[in-house]
Design a protein around this ligand. Structure first.
Ligand SMILES: C[S@@+](CC[C@H](N)C(=O)[O-])C[C@H]1O[C@@H](n2cnc3c(N)ncnc32)[C@H](O)[C@@H]1O
Length: 183
């Protein structure tokens, strides 16, 4: 995603906060395109060990000193995938879209691992940025991208009022078929 974007809040997304409890306690979580790390910080506080990736070194610098967060500076859209064959108990992607990474996300999930994905969809251009259709999900796109390979726990799409008006899509999906206690 090349359209500029800034964290609009230090609070974790309500979607991430709701479903984070499905991630194995004390397990590993990848916060992809973490920005200033609102989710990395939230997850660290919850006892998870976080790997936070972004290309913005200035944003990552704010995570220095967090013992539970490994900050990785990398461009996710050029060159090699920066995490090799590592797998995680959870992956969080918020307000970032680079479709070629979808298969990577599935591969990088441990068995039982949880994908929490939330980003903007078509219609968001009414509210501001991102407005480039390349960076806006099509209707049902997250569901269709992951439903064949992951067990979809929850999916929703539509307009939200907070933290500011936006059109979003949200997915929680698990690698594996074990029972899920809905939070
Ligand atoms: C809107 S911010 C979202 C930050 C965070 N996920 C959140 O929800 O608060 C988008 C982030 O994606 C990062 N980003 C955009 N393109 C990237 C790329 N090619 N490689 C790595 N990070 C990228 C930006 O640096 C920025 O921190």
């Amino acid at each position: 995603m090349t359209e500029s974007c800034h964290a609009w809040t230090a609070e974790p997304s309500s979607w991430v906060a709701r479903f984070a409890g499905l991630i194995a306690p004390g397990g590993t979580v990848l916060d992809l395109a973490c920005g200033h790390g609102r989710h990395a910080r939230f997850l660290e506080a919850g006892g998870w060990r976080v790997t936070a990736v972004d290309r913005d070194a200035t944003a990552l610098a704010g995570l220095a000193g967090h013992a539970g967060i490994e900050a990785v500076e990398a461009d996710l859209e050029t060159g090699a995938w920066p995490l090799g064959g590592r797998r995680f108990d959870g992956i969080v992607v918020a307000n970032y879209l680079h479709r070629p990474l979808f298969p990577r996300l599935i591969e990088a999930l441990e068995d039982g691992g949880v994908l929490l994905y939330e980003t903007f969809m078509l219609g968001n251009e009414r509210f501001g940025r991102p407005s480039n259709p390349d960076f806006l999900l099509r209707p049902n796109e997250l569901l269709e991208a992951f439903a064949g390979r992951l067990n979809v726990v929850a999916f929703e799409q539509g307009e939200v009022a907070r933290p500011k008006p936006a059109m979003v899509q949200r997915l929680c999906a698990v690698r594996g078929t074990g029972p899920i206690l809905l939070p």
